[in-house]
Design a protein around this ligand. Structure first.
Ligand code: SF4
Length: 348
């Protein structure tokens, strides 16, 4: 069995490990600072640690980090990182610059088991969950690829996989990302967890008090259409999902994000738009409309611009903040639901 990875341990776990190895908790905090605050992943470079302690650490643990197999730049400035994991599995993360933001879209699983009909990743099936080190590692690698003094500003758990289906590792990763003293120090306001609608996961997340943003992949306004698009709707229908969303503790001046992929002739009628407005009544909501990104073999099409704008108008008229997300990274297959698509091309 491979030794555990130091990367991915909470600062408190690193303290406990240091004590177990006969050192003080302070040494554990030093390791956390090197890993997370300084992004240093080589024990030999952790110069203020006694050599003996470094040796003992080396015997007990490794520093796991995915390998960057390839970086694919997009015309719009996005960059897709294809990462190879220790067991040869592959995932992607996507860095998306936007005005003063640098957002990284993180993966949480190899593949995805939820089989949404419009999603290319869903055609892969699930291989396994990512470890905490493999989730946090995506961010360290992206930060390391940026020029000095620049770092990722926002994080979205919206890449390959369903974060709430890899619940424990996602939550631990968020705790490391938001630990202001010895972790990466990201404000929870800058982190968004996107879910396909796992009500049990949303309810658990609500109790963690992490303060992160929640995004819901909604994509339909009736159970019949949602079931066709998203099999998860058979376990938790719209009523159950929106009930959990209404109970989710929302800090003042924050909103729940709703993702709605626009599929021509499927979920884009004016009746759909009106139903959506009525479903969201009473929720502090922001809707992101995502015109479908075609992929080979997909049974759906992107609607014409006039349909997109008419749909948006209904929501705006109902007082709901609504943006159209002209997906970033389309030419590299990095847009939502396309993450598996160019892999074969990239490595094959
Ligand atoms: S949309 Fe998300 S949950 Fe659905 S299959 Fe794709 S990756 Fe999985």
């Amino acid at each position: 069995m491979r030794p555990p990875s130091l990367l991915g341990l909470l600062p408190s776990e690193l303290e406990a490990l240091a004590r177990e190895l006969g050192a003080s908790a302070y040494r554990g905090r030093q390791v956390a600072t090197w890993l997370y605050r300084k992004g240093v992943l080589d024990l030999d470079a952790m110069t203020d640690l006694p050599r003996e302690f470094r040796e003992r650490l080396r015997e007990r643990a490794r520093i796991g980090l995915p390998a960057v197999e390839r970086v694919i730049p997009s015309r719009d400035g996005s960059q897709k990182f294809i990462l190879r994991l220790a067991d040869q599995g592959r995932v992607h993360s996507v860095l998306m610059p936007d005005e003063d933001r640098l957002t990284l879209c993180l993966s949480t699983q190899v593949g995805c088991g939820f089989a949404c009909a419009f999603c290319h990743t869903g055609t892969m099936g699930i291989e396994r969950n990512l470890g905490v080190d493999e989730i946090v590692g995506q961010l360290l690698l992206a930060n390391a690829a940026l020029p000095p003094h620049q770092r990722v500003t926002h994080l979205v758990f919206m890449g390959m996989g369903e974060p709430l289906a890899n619940y424990a590792n996602t939550v631990t990763a968020i705790r490391i990302l938001t630990d202001a003293r010895y972790g990466l120090g990201y404000s929870p306001r800058r982190i968004t967890v996107s879910t396909v609608g796992l009500v049990s996961g949303i309810e658990k997340l609500a109790r963690e008090e992490l303060g992160v943003n929640l995004a819901i992949s909604l994509h339909a306004t009736t159970d019949a259409v949602r079931e066709r698009l998203m099999p998860v709707n058979r376990s938790w229908n719209l009523d159950a999902l929106l009930g959990a969303v209404r109970r989710f503790p929302l800090p003042t001046r924050r909103r729940i994000f709703f993702e709605y992929v626009l599929l021509d002739q499927v979920n884009t009628s004016l009746d759909d738009a009106r139903r959506l407005a009525s479903l969201l009544r009473g929720i502090r909501a922001k809707v992101n409309l995502i015109p479908f990104n075609d992929w080979e073999g997909a049974e759906f099409r992107r609607p014409p611009l006039s349909t997109i704008l008419a749909f948006q108008s209904v929501l705006l008229d109902a007082g709901i903040t609504t943006t159209v997300r002209w997906s970033k990274g389309e030419d590299i297959g990095a847009a939502c639901g396309q993450l598996s698509e160019p892999l074969e091309r990239a490595v094959g």
